[in-house]
Ligand binder design. Structure first.
Ligand code: ROI
Length: 166
């Protein structure tokens, strides 16, 4: 029988920004995520500079990946991350256009979730160097549900201009 006590899981969050001081945006988002109720930081990658995926007439991105232990449900976590994006001035414009802050739930424990607003593992995770390399830094042993070992995905993913920032 299911009880009402939520389970604690490790969730991985991708952070990206290419507008309005991206490094500051990522630092502020990290602080805001750490301050969420029922959520503790468990790991944070280096910051990476990456070439834009999508339209090329936009600035380079700064990307990172964060691990949290949370007992927020996937939807509660999604809503909390959307509120942080909005607080940091995210304006939803062109689909793959520039953005002040993008927070994506990459993984939520070992769950596979297919809801209208939330697909986990995150779509595109397996081919995005700016996700796979920072994720590998904080969770080298990770197995991605339905996709296999992170390390195997990584060896098939070129760096595509990804650079670790000092
Ligand atoms: N490209 C890079 N390099 N990093 C991102 O975080 C990122 N985010 C996006 C799109 C527009 C797909 N391109 C990106 O949402």
């Amino acid at each position: 029988m299911q009880n009402s006590i939520s389970e604690t899981v490790i969730a991985y969050i991708g952070l990206g920004s290419n507008l309005q001081n991206p490094i500051e945006q990522i630092h502020s988002a990290r602080a805001a995520i750490t301050a969420l109720v029922h959520t503790k930081e468990q790991g944070f990658s280096c910051l990476y500079q990456s070439l834009p995926m999508g339209p090329q007439d936009q600035p380079d991105y700064v990307n990172a990946v964060m691990a949290v232990v949370t007992d927020l449900s996937p939807i509660e976590l999604l809503r909390a991350l959307q509120a942080i994006e909005n607080n940091q001035g995210r304006v939803r414009g062109e689909r793959w256009g520039a953005r002040t802050l993008d927070l994506d739930i990459l993984l939520y424990g070992d769950q596979v979730i297919e809801l209208p607003d939330l697909i986990i593992p995150h779509v595109g995770l397996t081919e995005r160097a700016f996700v796979l390399y920072p994720l590998y830094e904080i969770a080298p042993q990770l197995i991605i549900p339905n996709k296999g070992k992170l390390v195997d995905l990584l060896v098939n993913c070129p760096l595509e201009g990804l650079k670790r920032l000092a």
